[in-house]
Design a protein. Sequence first.
Length: 598
Amino acid sequence: MARRRSAAALLTTAALAGVAVLSGCTTSTAPPAPTASPSPSDSVAPPSMTESAGVPSVEPSTAPAVPPTPTRATPSGAPTQPATPAAARLDGLSGKAPTPAASIKLGSLTRTQGGTPGEYTESSPGGGFHWFGADGATVGCRTGTVCVGYDAAGNTVAVPDGKVRLVYGPDGKALGRFDSSGRPVGGGQPPMEQAVAATRVDVAGLVDAASRRVPFAGGVTGDPHLITAGGTRYSTQLLGQFVARANDPERMVQLSFVPLPNSGAVSIVSALGVRTGSQTIELGTDSLAALDGKTLPAPQPMIQQELANGAVLGRWQGNDQQTGYAVLLWPDGGSLVAIADPNLGMTVVTFLPQIQGQGGLFGTGRPSLPGATITPNLLDRSGNVRGVNEVVADWRARDQERLFAETPATASSTPAPVPTVPSKAAEFGQQQCERAGITASLDVSACSFDVGLTGDRGFLPGHVAMSTPVESTLAPAIGRRWTALTMTAELPAAQPVPELIDTDVQPRRPQYFTVPIRKPGPVGLEFVSGCRDNQPAHPPADAAAVRLFDAAGRAVTPRWPTCGQPTSAALPAGTYYLQIAAPAQGSAQQVRVEVQLP
């Protein structure tokens, strides 16, 4: 593919011949025809949010009934039309970690992270291997390529012999046999349960790990389009240096917004600053990096550096489009991926533990279960709900907290009126973004603006990288096969936890108890009955199980058997829910357990 044009050239011609995108003309645009966020002088919110009585109102995202096939977008934006189910083509079925990549030790596990946000692997000393895709797909391998996997649509793949991939639909129906390249292979196919069992993969452990992934914690790409930790989409044209993640004792994240080179019409992310422990890292669109003010060696082709607080910084050379990649990994499982394009700015995507009181442009995070108390996702420094540009301006980096060596320019917004994308250019952008696999309407709109305005498909990878993992979870069709794996679709009618829980639990009717933690620490359970010899660490799919969830419905412990004395890791103060599930089949089960709070 020919090298992309410079930013100056991009802003003088449109995606379609004869269509001037910076002429200031407005036409009736084909929906969705995105318009950029207004300047701060306009008391109007960006296109992805509207304001009512000063409170941002967010258009709900629309997700497809069946999640998209996990693919990586290419700069060409060419459509992907798989001839085989996505489950037969999952990257993790190779049983290998991505290269180049950064790696970090997490207890007994080694985590490896490449340049795709939300995609990583974990391996254990005994040879166990887990792969997690950005869209919620997951694979577990016992050895080599003897694996079991689930794609984002809920299809299952089993590879008992390490060669032929046996694929089954969400209902367990056989969909065919395929080789590693996705070509159909003749022959019979056993029932799904038999094929999965033949691999001897610890599927319960795989599903448990897939349902406890560190959550999406905010991202930014393009002319800056942002998504908060709670899924709120918004855009801004303010310029300067801003705090993206604040009040996290392990790290602070800052972003620099500047005008697109040779244009005053739109802006981009020009630099990233991260404080991790006592050290400060700066990354720019030229893929150069500095640690505590000293320029780091250029990666040739990849370089990894250990940081003082146990974190790891990995960087690697750009591709033929001069795009560079950097990954930060933390011992608590958190990660940050930065994709730097010298012409089109940076994409930054984070996956970090929820921290009480966290703030910044990446928002607060919020409980996502219907009926839960919703915490606004975008608050100013004082915790107030205000207009988008007011909140963004309030998070402008102050002198004493600034992570960048250079101070920002005096301008606070783009000086020129933000152009409207003409209808044909908007339609072109929408087509390219949808073909790249972007599905949520607000994400398509943001992507369409960038691609339609400039005619550059180089914006596609950044939008795909940010939008794909936002709401990615293990497919619901998989979750329904497991007791106590997830919370119900609605906030449960939970009972206050007594000193001793003594209850009968019916099959497929789990009970919930509210567990208030007033000070940080572990939660312990002491069942009246002990576990039998050789009790599996992770209960089988249809077995009795218990699990603790936070107020947002995220699992904070493994699935435990209803016996013994399991104990969680240290948990922040807050409200949690204990789910107790009986075996999926049979009669009610009596459960007697004491809950021990910090």
